[in-house]
Design a protein. Structure first.
Length: 163
């Protein structure tokens, strides 16, 4: 299945938005590892309604005018990954959760490392806010877009972590 993409300039770099026939399938970083989210063939698709709406909503988020997204999403992954990604969608704007919090939320309280791995493969960065997941000690942890981007997104939401 070919998916459609478009680029979006943002304060955290150029993002690649990818849509399938079911909805938004990915938000990829400028220097994203191609193995992190495997999508198959992509075709450029300016004017695709899901991509245009995703771009509009992301622009609103970066402008500080949008706190939640309302888009059809097409998560492709294992049952465990989809459970983690669904849990990410419940983290409110301006709040953080730890990997342990997410593990408990999905009923797998000892699966913190697996939650971290699934979080790292989240195909819908920003939309499914993996940037809101931090270490149990409050430390900034790995992020596909880089720690500077993660810090920027958290600061945009009013969350300032120690350096």
């Amino acid at each position: 299945m070919t998916r459609t993409f478009r680029k979006l300039a943002s304060p955290v770099g150029v993002l690649t938005l990818v849509a399938s026939g079911q909805g938004l399938a990915a938000v990829l970083w400028e220097k994203d590892d191609p193995a992190r989210v495997r999508l198959g063939p992509l075709a450029e698709g300016r004017g695709h309604p899901v991509l245009e709406e995703a771009a509009r909503q992301l622009d609103g988020y970066f402008a500080g005018a949008r706190r939640a997204f309302d888009l059809p999403l097409d998560f492709q992954g294992t049952d465990f990954q989809r459970a983690v990604w669904a849990a990410l969608l419940t983290i409110p704007y301006g709040e953080t959760r730890s990997y342990a919090d997410i593990a408990r939320a999905i009923g797998r309280p000892t699966a913190m490392r697996a939650v971290g791995a699934a979080n790292g493969r989240n195909p819908l960065s920003i939309i499914a806010p993996c940037h809101r997941v931090i270490g149990s000690n409050g430390a900034l942890t790995g992020f596909a877009g880089g720690l500077a981007a993660k810090r920027h997104l958290l600061a945009l939401e009013g969350i300032v972590l120690p350096v």
